[in-house]
Design a protein around this ligand. Sequence first.
Ligand code: FE2
Ligand code: FE2
Length: 259
Amino acid sequence: MKIVQVTDLHLARPGETVAGLDPYAGLDACLVDILRHHADAAVCVLTGDLTNDGQPEAYAALAERLRAFPIPVRLLLGNHDDRPAFRGAFPDAEVDENGFVQSVLDWPTGRLIFLDSLDPGHVGGRLCAARLAWLDARLEEAAERTVYVFLHHPPFAVHIPAIDACRLAEADADALAHRLKAHGGVRHVFAGHVHRPIFGSWHGIPVSVLRGTNHQMGLEMTGARAGVSYEAPAYGIAVIDAAGLMLHMREFPLPPPRS
Ligand SMILES: [Fe+2]
Ligand SMILES: [Fe+2]
């Protein structure tokens, strides 16, 4: 089973730049590269910050692109997103009973769980009691199966102070860790938000973060600020088989700038 992860698109109104870049150039090049090399992916998961400021025009432009994209997609929200604007452009997106953009995808090899960590008005993320209760029920249903979790905000420290100050709220991260450990079959946590490739483990569970499709963030492990960096954009390819999970990061070529 192959899963593609794309994150931190930061789409603005078409024609507007973000961090000096056209976010649609990155997204379009990314989608072309995925279809060229990984058209056999079972699902493409977009792990939040779909837009830069929740603009309805940006969600509409994303919806238009994805209509022509043949791989099934799941869309998650990040701190730069706007839940009502997202649902306006994607009325068929699965949501939970409270309207959070949370869902599952079941395969014979396991269950993918997609969490909504958006806390409107805040850069950091939350998993409130309602969202955690939904997760409890989904984990209970998957009692004997392997589980893969996707959310925008890392629930773990990445040792970049600027990011650790706005990751998933610590109490919520502890609550999440408790639940995932108790399940015992959680094989990986995929996150976004950091705009950097990071691979490690958290309470014994493998975790990863990827670069975005527009701008990246500098590796600033001291000091309270982390600036924009222009390292190559990338997406991830996770291949799951009976023996485990392998994750690749693919830097995709951008078209040459227009002269
Ligand atoms: Fe982002
Ligand atoms: Fe973010």
